[in-house]
Design a protein around this ligand. Structure first.
Ligand SMILES: Cc1ncc(COP(=O)(O)O)c(C=O)c1O
Length: 467
């Protein structure tokens, strides 16, 4: 066998063995064949998840939070991936709370076994029924604005229930990430602006018999690579916590620092392409962007480093909640996609695959970089190609990567590629654009064990609600 062009893989669940990718010991070419035999064309593209990686990702957090002796809590942000089997795995591995951004997420979290009082309902705009659901269940509700506070007061009065709330602040801390992934700066729609905190607290104080302000919530954005940003958030949160205590809720004892921790490229990248996601700007991985990525090459902090950075600043007897999404699930997922053909246009080579922006919208949405590799590595080592890897969707923004270096000759029609770190914000952001069915999802549990956790979608499934 020719020398591998890609380094031995780094993460436990994913490994190239004899030049072909395995997930938790299962050869993915075998999985492809078996799915194809069962489901035909509907078997590709497919999301494949590594159960062991999910469990390992939870343990990184729970081990780190253990140092807080019961005052550290892990809450999963369901928005990253709402597949019930994924949620169940994360819960069984030790995640004790669920963060939700809609009434449907809240209902699912409760159905999945999270006690209602171990859920958090967040959101810039909430329907009354969503607030009612949260107040009835004793969830923590994040207050995002004056009008949000007024709605929670109205609902809790009408239900004669005391609502447990956190005040989501917008402390104007720079996250240093893509603008679409930043949520805590002056121009962001999220949270209560610094200058309005007193006003919102006054409003809540007017309804003190129905409102229990338990503490502070903040979420700085996504793909954060600086733990110092979390330390800044802790300082800002503590100031607000003191203000809340001074406003009459002396027992307020929760600081929720949100999610946002970045994940490293978690695939064996061609040499020279290791870096951090989302650092490059713009929509395409152009030569300039590659240089930019190299320039900003950073090491992604671990949950342990994050907890270590904020613990010295955490006030006594205050519970710290972390609510990651991406860093729990992104590295557990890969999209396996079939090559439909290769074409040239001018100087460009296009590798057209059957996955598209409908499954992996992040490159088009905010210039995210998802490493792409062959499922089975080519045996000829001298050639290499630089290609745009694009989907079949009728939209120029439909690409998975531009100017992407693939080792070996252009891939053969019918062969497969793996699109990495697609466990978060891919399946949950999928669409039926072009009437494309939502892709199947499979959870691998071991060398001979996997489960289809989303069945193939058919035309009738998609249009049923329209009729
Ligand atoms: C309030 C809140 N908490 C947590 C998260 C999870 O962030 P991430 O998936 O980057 O960890 C998000 C994501 O946008 C969020 O809005």
């Amino acid at each position: 066998m020719a020398e591998l062009l890609i380094d031995e893989y780094v993460q436990d669940g994913w490994k190239y063995v004899d030049g072909t990718l395995h997930c938790d010991g299962l050869r993915l070419e075998r999985l492809r064949k078996e799915l194809n035999d069962r489901f035909g064309w509907a078997a590709s593209p497919v999301f494949v998840y590594s159960q062991s990686t999910l469990i390992q990702n939870v343990r990184h957090y729970t081990n780190a939070l253990e140092s807080l002796g019961g005052l550290g809590v892990l809450s999963y942000s369901i928005k990253a991936n709402y597949n019930p089997r994924i949620i169940a795995t994360l819960r069984e591995a030790g995640t004790t709370m669920a963060t939700c951004v809609s009434g449907n997420e809240l209902q699912l979290a409760i159905q999945m076994g999270f006690p209602a009082d171990q859920t958090i309902l967040n959101g810039t705009g909430k329907h009354r029924w969503e607030v009612e659901l949260a107040v009835r269940g004793n969830s923590l509700l994040n207050i995002d604005s004056l009008f949000d506070a007024q709605l929670v007061i109205t609902v809790s009065r009408s239900l004669s229930v005391k609502a447990r709330v956190l005040l989501r602040i917008n402390p104007n801390v720079e996250a240093g990430t893509h603008p679409y992934l930043t949520t805590a700066h002056a121009a962001s729609k999220f949270g209560v602006d610094d200058t309005l905190v007193d006003k919102v607290l006054d409003e809540l104080r007017g309804a003190k018999e129905n409102i229990d302000v338990k503490g502070v919530h903040v979420h700085i954005g996504s793909a954060i690579t600086r733990v110092e940003a979390y330390a800044d958030l802790m300082i800002a949160s503590t100031q607000t916590l003191n203000k809340i205590r001074g406003s009459g809720w002396s027992g307020a004892n929760i600081i929720n620092l949100g999610g946002g921790l970045a994940v490293e490229f978690s695939s064996p990248l061609p040499s020279g392409y290791k870096g951090s996601q989302e650092v490059g700007k713009g929509n395409a991985w152009t030569k300039g962007q590659k240089a930019e990525t190299e320039k900003h090459k950073v090491t992604t902090p671990s949950p342990k480093e994050l907890v270590g950075a904020v613990t010295p600043l955490l006030p006594d007897n205050v519970t710290l909640i972390l609510e990651p999404g991406r860093s729990l699930v992104a590295t557990a997922g890969v999209v396996v996609t079939e090559v439909l053909g290769v074409k040239c246009s001018g100087e460009r080579t296009f590798v057209v695959v059957d996955a598209a922006m409908t499954e992996v919208i992040r490159p088009a949405l905010y210039g995210a970089i998802h490493p792409i590799t062959y499922l089975s590595l080519p045996t000829r080592t001298q050639e290499s190609c630089v290609a745009s890897i694009v989907g079949p969707v009728c939209e120029s923004g439909d690409f998975l990567a531009h100017d992407y270096p693939l080792p070996g000759p252009p891939p053969m029609t019918g062969s497969a590629l793996a699109v990495w770190t697609t466990g978060a914000y891919c399946a949950s952001m999928a669409s039926n654009f072009n009437l494309r069915p939502q892709a199947m999802e499979v959870m691998v549990r071991g060398p001979d064990s996997y489960e289809v956790i989303r069945r193939p979608q058919h035309l009738a499934d998609i249009i049923r609600a329209c009729l």
